[in-house]
Design a protein around this ligand. Structure first.
Ligand SMILES: [Zn+2]
Length: 233
């Protein structure tokens, strides 16, 4: 009898635990909040397995921080991103573009690619490119370009976020049921983004992805078809 998907994933997780060489994995996002929104459970699970995880934010969220004045947003949202990273045991990195004014041109392709390449990741997770927000599309394009510039040396996976991602058909799933409290805490670290408004929508997505994969809650990903694969946690 063939092994069930769950048994297969469990044995893959065991194999990953036995791997003596930890992977380096980077999650890129258009704003502080996006990687936590789409991948916090997966980030927590990778970190718990001893892998090195970093989150690369395209900007510091200069464009919106609730009722605080705009000139304080970068500072407020950098602190929120750092707190989320602490909860997830990830290292924050910033590409220092400007929120709402993402630039995708030759110099910015080069700068972003250099930043990623210098980290020598084994895998990069980024936002699915068909998306309502320009900054999300921008970080996706910059990451894809870096993937090609690096001759596909690192694995490339796409993730989804509530409200903005569309037309996303994932292929791989990560069970996040046991790390749900940390995932929630990481999302709620982004206080200025009023998580009560969007967090329930992300939970709807992870419940739906869980129903697709046989877990209570799951995050779902799509590897680029030319990408190598890494073990998912
Ligand atoms: Zn965003």
């Amino acid at each position: 009898m063939p092994p069930t998907r769950r048994a297969f994933l469990a044995s893959a997780a065991l194999a990953l635990r036995a791997d003596p060489s930890p992977l380096k994995i980077i999650f890129t996002g258009g704003h502080p909040g996006d990687p936590a929104c789409g991948c916090a459970g997966t980030i927590a699970r990778y970190a718990d397995l001893g892998h090195e995880v970093a989150i690369l934010y395209l900007n510091r969220g200069e464009g919106y921080c609730g009722t605080s004045p705009l000139d304080r947003c970068a500072q407020i949202r950098t602190a929120e991103a750092q707190k989320a990273c602490q909860i997830l045991k990830a290292r924050p990195l910033f590409a220092d573009q400007i929120d709402g004014r993402a630039v995708v041109d030759q110099p910015h392709y080069e700068t972003f690619s250099r930043l990623l390449t210098a980290e020598a990741p084994d895998a990069v997770f980024t936002q699915w490119p068909i998306d309502r927000h320009r900054d999300h599309r921008a970080v996706s394009a910059l990451t894809l370009d870096a993937f090609f510039q690096a001759n596909k040396k690192f694995a490339l996976y796409y993730y989804e976020v509530a409200e903005d991602t569309s037309m996303f058909t994932p292929g791989d799933y990560v069970d996040i049921s046991k790390v749900e409290p940390r995932r929630r805490a990481a999302c709620y670290a982004h206080v200025s983004q009023q998580p009560d408004k969007w967090y329930p929508k992300q939970v709807e997505i992870t419940r739906f992805r869980g129903a697709e994969s046989g877990f209570a809650q799951a995050e779902a990903f799509l590897p680029h078809k030319e990408s190598k694969r890494i073990p998912l946690p």
